[in-house]
Ligand binder design. Structure first.
Ligand code: UDP
Length: 489
């Protein structure tokens, strides 16, 4: 019998767990849902132990093929003080020859190239091969709208965005408060801003945009992106927009001894009684803030698991390129005196990095103090866990506003943690708000709303659900090979 080659999609991810993990999850969907062959080209920083672990675990069992492309040496192309987005964009620019070489040699011949938002300069490679290209925004629709609209804001607005008196207007979407713009927009004179505009400006060259959200969560914003004239006004063109999420990391079957003991401890705790505290792959805080957080957890009188990193006064994303690589036993020395003995049995400290998906799935976890990275956010929501929003960098301030003010899925401290130190009383208050004294007696609207969204997410991904159907459209379009004519989206 004649053997048919499977349709082959190649997905390209920039360094960072928040980029690599969602790309692998999308690749798996193409394999499981559509029998495609999917290859993830993961450009890696080579300085993060956690990144290496994730890649290794993605290789077995091999649902999708993951190829590690070590980031080219960019030391001559960036300055020591260049920021994260600059580094990511330069790394992805320099990785283009390796991506091109893979695309031209791999078999079966790829039918589509899918890139993340820091890799849009690779879209022309798809054109050269005459195949379709897509951008996967591993975040939400409001963020996608801001990225797409930012070239227009660049023309419309004079001076720094953060100095504007009025929120920034994006047609059809909620306005963005000046101090909540994405990190690269905080300083327009920094190279990071120009790199951000360039990479965002590349999105319309693609045949479509996939977003890790779902219709029910962001119906109006998705509508604005599609019909509200946003794209046509900004770019004089339309591209299909597909909400394909929430695609999240599932618990790992192989757990470390640390995870094993965390899960055993969780087994002994009451249902939804433990707050999980973690700031993603890169989040760090000052020494003063770490002290307040420790006191806040203690004052809240809630059980906790805290993934803690040694404090730094430098930047809030200091661990981004080195996640999991620093000696963890350092952490305890920065905590208030007696903290560990006073909280013995009540809380556990995990240095640097934890198997988060395994922890969040446990029924004893009832709240998540999170930096609101979109991956962590979705992992929380799909497990029915309400958040305390603690945004630090990237698009996290927007995420926090979306979650707390628009969707009612999180509570947030009164001050922005990236600007001011959040005090211990305030921390205790927010933690107690997501995990009240007696949940059976209290009507907790944040928790109820999160449970509704958990169900809504399940529905979106189930067969005939909106995200399932959207990805099926993409798959069919790839099989047919005619992207921009996908009228349904
Ligand atoms: N993560 C993890 N353990 C940690 C911290 C993060 O497994 O200690 C995973 C988390 O589950 C998520 C990803 O790393 O899938 C982080 O992505 P996210 O978008 O939340 O934030 P980022 O790290 O990009 O800021």
């Amino acid at each position: 019998m004649e053997q048919h080659n499977p349709t082959h999609v190649v997905l390209v991810s920039s360094p960072g767990l928040g980029h690599i993990i969602p790309m692998i999850e999308l690749a798996k969907r193409f394999v499981l849902q559509h029998n495609f062959k999917a290859t993830v080209l993961a450009v890696t920083s080579q300085t993060s132990t956690a990144e290496k672990q994730i890649l290794n675990s993605a290789l077995t069992p091999s649902l999708c093929h993951v190829i590690d492309i070590p980031s080219p040496d960019i030391s001559n192309l960036v300055q020591p003080n260049d920021r994260m987005v600059t580094r990511l964009c330069v790394m992805m620019r320099e990785a283009k020859p390796a991506i091109k070489s893979f695309l031209s040699k791999t078999t079966p011949r790829p039918s589509a190239l899918i890139v993340d938002i820091f890799s849009t300069e690779s879209i022309p490679l798809a054109r050269e091969l005459n195949i379709l290209s897509y951008v996967y925004v591993a975040s939400h629709a409001w963020f996608a709208a801001l990225v797409l609209y930012s070239p227009l804001l660049d023309v419309q607005i004079e001076g720094e965005y953060v100095h504007q008196k009025e929120p920034l207007k994006i047609p059809g979407c909620n306005p963005v408060r000046p101090d909540e713009v994405v990190h690269p927009m905080l300083d327009r004179s920094n190279r990071e801003y120009k790199e951000f505009l360039t990479t965002g400006g590349g999105i319309p060259l693609s045949d479509g945009v996939l977003i890790n959200t779902w219709e029910e969560l962001q119906r109006e914003t998705l509508q604005a992106l599609r019909e509200g004239g946003l794209l046509s006004e900004a770019l004089n063109m339309r591209i299909p927009i597909y909400a394909v999420g929430p695609l999240v990391r599932q618990p790992e079957s192989e757990t470390s001894s640390v995870t094993h003991s965390l899960l055993t401890w969780l087994d002994e705790q009451p249902t939804e009684s433990v707050v999980y505290v973690s700031f993603g792959s890169g989040g760090t805080m000052s020494c003063e803030q770490m002290t307040e957080l420790a006191w806040g957890l203690e004052l809240s009188e809630r059980r906790f698991i805290w993934v803690a990193r040694a404090p730094t006064e430098e930047a809030v994303d200091a661990a981004f390129f080195t996640t999991g690589s620093n000696a963890g036993d350092e952490v305890a020395k920065y905590l208030p005196e007696g903290f560990l003995s006073r909280t013995r049995g009540l809380g556990l400290l995990v240095p640097e990095w934890a198997q988060q998906a395994n922890i969040l799935k446990h029924g004893s976890v009832g709240g998540f103090v999170s930096h609101c990275g979109w991956g962590s956010t979705l992992e929380s929501l799909t497990n029915g866990v309400p958040l305390v929003a603690w945004p630090l960098y990237a698009e996290q301030r927007m995420n926090a506003t979306l979650l707390a003010e628009e969707l009612g899925l999180a509570v947030r401290p009164k001050v922005l943690p990236s600007k001011k130190v959040v005090g211990r009383e305030e921390i205790a208050r927010t933690v107690r708000e997501v995990i009240p004294d007696d949940q059976s007696l209290t009507s907790n609207s944040v928790r109820e709303r999160v449970k509704e969204m958990q169900q809504s997410a399940l529905n979106a991904l189930s067969e005939d659900g909106s995200s399932y159907v959207a990805l099926s459209h993409v798959a069919k379009t790839i099989e047919r090979g005619c992207g921009k004519f996908d009228a349904a989206f």
